[in-house]
Design a protein around this ligand. Sequence first.
Ligand code: ZN
Ligand code: CA
Length: 411
Amino acid sequence: MKINFTQKATLLLLLLGTASFAQNGRKVFGKNVESINPVNGKIRCVSSEYEKSLQEKYPQRASSQEFENWIAPKVAQVKQQMASARGIDAVVTIPVVVHVIHNGDAVGSNENISDVRVQSQITVLNQDFRKMLGTPGYNTNAVGADVEIQFCLAQRKPDGTATNGINRVQRTPASYASESSVETMKAATQWDPTQYFNIWVVYFSDSSSAEMYGVLGYAQFPSNSGLGGMAPNGGSANTDGVVIDYRCFGTSTLAPSSNYFDDYDKGRTATHEIGHCFGLIHIWGDNGSCTVNATDSAKDFCPDTPAQAEEHYDCTSTYNTCPSAPGNDMTANYMDYTNDTCMNIFTLDQKARILAVLQNSPRRSTLPASLGCQPPSLGTSSFELLERHEPVSESGQPIRNTEHANRKRFA
Ligand code: ZN
Ligand code: CA
C-alpha cells in the first residue's frame, strides 16, 4: 500500500506515542509497570502486573476473560437483589489479620507500626466500605454505595488461642526489594486464607534499583470456583491477600506519625487494594479505550463508573478524558490513582461485583462464616447460637447485644 507523507508522519507519531506510553523503564513481576506518578515517582499499585505474572506462572488460573464470563451472571443476580424492595440488607463481617513484618525495631517505630496505627486502618476500611456518615468515606453521589461489608481484627488465631489480630513477625531482610522475597515471606506467614483476610505491612526497598522501589501495594485478584474444568485455586492460595508499604498504611488523622508518604497518609491504599481482592478493576480499565457498551466490558465492567481513558493523580473533578461518553472522570473513586484525600466512592455496580466475588470466589466465600473475630472464650458451640454477621464498631471491635444485633438475630 502506498502512503503519502502526511500518513507516514501520522504513523510515526503514533508509534512514538505508543512507545513512550509503554516504556517508563520499570518492570515489576517481570512486567512493564503501566503507571508511575509523574510528580513523585510512586507506583500506586502493581496488582494488574501481578495478575499477568500469576497467569503465566499458573496456566490453570482463569484468564481475565474466563473470570469475567464466570462472574457476569453472578453479578447480574446480585444486581437483581440490590434492586429488590429489601435490597441486600445483610452486613457481612470479614476477619482480618494484619501481619506487621519488621526486622527487630521497637513496636511503634519504623515498619513495626503501632497497634493504634493498624486499628486506624481498620477504621478507614469500615468508613469507606460502609460509606459512613460524617467520615471521609461518605459521599452524596447518586451511585455511591454502602458496600455492606465491614472488617474486624481477628480475636482468635488459627490454633484457637487469643490474638488482637496484629501478627508481628521479625524477619530479614529489613526492607523488601524483590518479588521473590515478598512472595516467600507471604507464604511463610499467612494465616488460613479461607478464614482470614491477610494483609501484610512491609517496608519496600528505598533503593532505586530495587524491583519494588516506589511501590505502595498490590493485591491478588480473585479466581473462579473451578467449575467448568478450571483450576479451583487459580494457583497460589498461599500468596492470597494484600501487601502494603507501612508508609501508606493507617491514617495520619487517627495515628499521627512522621513516617507517612505525602498524599498517601489516609489509608486509601488498603481500600483500593482490597477492592482488587474482591474483583474490582482500575476505573480506567487499564486501557485508553472510551468504548461504552451495556456490560462495560471494554473498561471496568461497571457501567455506572463513567468511561475514563487514563488514571489521575490529583483531585480535579472536571477531567473528561472520554468526552464522547457521558460523565466526567470519577477521580473520587477508590479505584483511580488519585491522592488519598480525593477518594470517597465505590459505586453500586462496584458493590455488585464485590458481593458477587465475596459470595462465590475461593478464599472469599468462606470469610463471612469464619470464627476469626470471636474471642476464644466464647467457644465454637456458644458462638453458633449467635448471629454470624455481628456488627462491629468503626475500629473493628464486635458490638454485642445491640438493637441491630438483636433485630438480626431474632428477625
Ligand atoms: Zn490498583
Ligand atoms: Ca465504567
